[in-house]
Design a protein around this ligand. Structure first.
Ligand code: ADP
Length: 335
């Protein structure tokens, strides 16, 4: 949590990735950011108590977090490693020995991709967020399947649009200028005519105390960022009359996308470079679908064209489950 907190704190632009994977007989955990980085001369001192980097000593904090974290990691038989360059970012990582679990891995039920809203209707959705990017992501996911999307940039505007449009559901950010999400949902739920409209909170994280507070404040549910399509549509189906048509697993494909079986994925995936897989994996960790489709489109690896086309199609459809499955198959094949 300390490493992730630091990555968030010192990264104004770009992204953060948290990864875990096998490293010999250990499991390596790493937190990578594209933030301000730590100059070489500060790197050897940064793990000591009360030391902060000269690049970021005005950001507050105590300089204790890394000292405590690295002591814990030492107690687990490892050490905290740092790679960083100023202006480019940092990667903190450690590899610890862990026991093999006797329990079988949890399997998530796989659900097909949502194709459209059922019944040929176009339900109205109000998306409320002061950040344009967040509104656009949801707008694109919802319009693709047939919703009519209206937007508002603060709670006050959302309440007046709710009266005007009577949307079928509302997605609402919490922290916004003028009127925040808590106040807006309170107003909506206090009105007899609007009360039945499901209102979902858009939240940055899914910590337990947030969930509790959000549900107690009148929201009908919440969607954590980065937004995942599967959760988005499940939330709507669980809380409204809206139903979706799902894609049936079609073995003969839909014509646009080549059909690949696992052996094809392993074979073509094996042709991609380690750097390719790193880009794909890191972009997928933060659901950066634009990056994945751009990478797949521009990648000209000979013999892997079919696989790259499938990846690009899935990235354009925000199909994170399928993208993750493909990556796992490739990585499994590479072991
Ligand atoms: P604090 O964050 O309270 O200052 P830490 O011990 O967690 O304490 O971090 C010490 C210092 O290390 C930070 O103040 C910052 O200068 C530097 N630092 C830690 N993580 C990062 C990071 N991901 N990117 C840039 N600088 C970092």
């Amino acid at each position: 949590i300390n490493l992730i907190g630091n990555a968030v704190k010192f990264t104004a632009e770009g992204g953060i990735a948290v990864a875990a994977g096998r490293d010999g007989d250990r499991i390596r955990f790493s937190v990578n950011d594209t933030g301000k980085g730590i100059p070489e001369e500060d790197q050897e001192h940064i793990l000591k108590p009360f030391i902060q980097s000269s690049m970021s000593d005005h950001e507050g904090g105590t300089g204790l977090g890394l000292a405590i974290s690295s002591r814990f990691i030492e107690m687990m038989g490892s050490s905290l490693e740092l790679e960083s360059s100023p202006g480019r970012g940092s990667t903190f990582s450690f590899a610890i020995p862990l026991k093999v679990s006797e329990q079988p891995p949890e399997t998530r039920p796989r659900q097909g991709t949502v194709l459209a809203v059922k019944g040929g209707v176009s339900p109205r959705v109000l998306v409320v967020d002061d950040k344009l990017d967040n509104r656009l992501i949801l707008k694109e996911m919802l319009e693709r399947v047939g919703f009519t999307v209206h937007e508002a940039e603060n709670g006050q505007r959302a309440v007046s649009l709710a009266f005007e449009l009577r949307p079928d559901c509302i997605f609402m950010d919490i922290k916004m200028p003028v009127m925040d999400g808590y106040q807006a949902v309170e107003k909506i739920k206090a009105d007899d005519a609007l009360r039945s409209i499901p209102v979902f909170a858009l939240i940055a994280s899914a910590f337990k105390h947030d969930e509790q507070k959000i549900l107690e404040s009148g929201f009908d549910g919440f969607l954590a960022k980065p937004f995942q399509q599967g959760r988005l549509f499940a939330l709507i189906e669980e809380n409204s009359e809206i139903r979706f048509e799902y894609e049936k697993p079609a073995p003969e494909g839909n014509g646009k996308s080549p059909v690949l079986n696992e052996a094809d994925i392993i074979r073509q995936g094996g042709l991609l470079s380690g750097e390719d897989l790193r880009i794909y994996g890191e972009a997928l960790l933060i659901n950066d679908f634009t990056r994945i489709s751009q990478w797949a489109r521009e990648n000209k690896t000979e013999g892997a064209g079919g696989l790259l086309q499938v990846i690009e199609n899935n990235a354009s459809a925000f199909n994170e489950d399928e993208l993750r499955r493909i990556l796992e198959i490739i990585q499994g094949g590479n072991e």
